[in-house]
Every structure is written in structure tokens, then in C-alpha cells.
Ligand binder design. Structure first.
Ligand code: PNS
Length: 169
């Protein structure tokens, strides 16, 4: 069997609205395993994100500085088309709990049907982040709860800034 000398590129796709410590834990874990890791932010999100795609990319970029193998990009349309464009081979998704499984399983199988050369790899985050989601972070924060320790400091600052703007201050 001939060795494949192409760089091993993994894509970590998601909404990242905003990135939280569970995402970062997964990204840190996969960086040593691949030549390149592309954190791919979904641009055409129907979920009406709190942060623009540019803001979400900036927040991720602020955390990825120092890692030569990690970069941030945005994509719209099908993930498999984006993967083809950048020459990636592997999709990495975090699997937090059994409740994630059905959705992730469907996506993995659909992506394989769309292009069988791509593999999906599931990673488990640290237990302390296994309940964490961007949706919960936003909900807790805007209801006055403490999310420090769950998101990077600079994300917390952006949340505070967004709240001030929403309150017209
Ligand atoms: O963080 P999320 O919202 O769980 O990420 C979902 C994401 C962005 C990975 C998924 O919605 C996606 O890949 N969207 C792009 C459109 C696409 O390829 N759809 C078919 C996937 S089976």
C-alpha cells in the first residue's frame, strides 16, 4: 500500500456562538493528531446567532494563537463541499452525552453518503465540560448567571459588551 503524503487536515465544524471551553478542549486535543486543524464556522446559520460570523471567528482566533497547526475559516453550504475545497479528510465532532448521539450519527451518515471519502471522528471532552453548550452559556449569562470558567475571558468580555449594547448603555 502506497503511503499517502498529503497533509492530514481535520475540520472542526460548528456554529461556535460563542466558542466555549468544551470546544477549546476538543480543539486542543486534536491539534497534535493532525498536520492542520481548521475550525470551520458556519456562516449561513438559520439559528439567528448572537454573534456575527466575523465576531465568532475573531473569538476563536484569539484562542488559537500560538498553535501553528490551527486556523479559523468560515463556510456556507454543505460541509463536504468546503472539505473538498480545502483538501480536508476528517470531520471532528465533540460527543458530550448520549443525547448528542442521534443528531451526530445522522450527520455522520449523511456526510458519508454525500462523500464517502470523508471520515467523522468523535471526541469526548473533559467531564467538567460534558454538559456545556453555547446555548446554555448564553441562556445562563443573559439570565444573570456566572459563566466565568466556562468560556474564555475574552468571550466573557464580548458577552458583557453585547449585553450593554442590548440594554442601550
Ligand atoms: O455547532 P453545531 O450547530 O452543532 O454545528 C452543526 C454543523 C455546522 C456542523 C452542521 O449544521 C453543518 O455541517 N452544516 C452545514 C450544512 C451541511 O453540510 N449540512 C448537512 C450535514 S449532514
Amino acid at each position: 500500500m502506497e503511503a499517502d503524503r498529503r497533509p492530514r487536515i481535520a475540520v472542526c465544524p460548528g456554529s461556535f456562538d460563542p466558542i466555549h471551553n468544551g470546544h477549546l478542549d476538543i480543539i486542543e486535543r486534536i491539534c497534535p493528531l493532525f498536520d492542520e486543524v481548521v475550525v470551520a464556522v458556519l456562516g449561513n446559520d438559520e439559528k439567528r446567532p448572537l454573534f456575527s460570523v466575523e465576531e465568532r471567528m475573531e473569538m476563536i482566533g484569539e484562542q488559537c494563537v500560538g498553535s501553528r497547526s490551527c486556523r479559523v475559516e468560515s463556510f456556507s453550504g454543505l460541509l463536504v463541499h468546503f472539505m473538498d475545497e480545502i483538501g480536508a479528510q476528517v470531520i471532528v465532532r465533540g460527543l458530550r452525552a448520549v443525547s448528542d448521539f442521534e443528531y451526530e450519527f445522522q450527520m455522520a451518515l449523511m456526510n458519508r453518503r454525500l462523500n464517502e471519502k470523508f471520515e467523522t471522528l468523535f471526541m469526548t471532552p473533559k467531564e467538567e465540560y460534558s454538559y456545556l453548550s453555547s446555548r446554555l452559556v448564553k441562556e445562563v449569562y443573559f439570565l444573570g448567571g456566572d459563566v466565568s470558567g466556562l468560556v474564555p475571558k475574552r468571550v466573557l468580555v464580548r458577552l458583557q459588551d453585547r449585553r450593554r449594547r442590548m440594554e442601550g448603555k
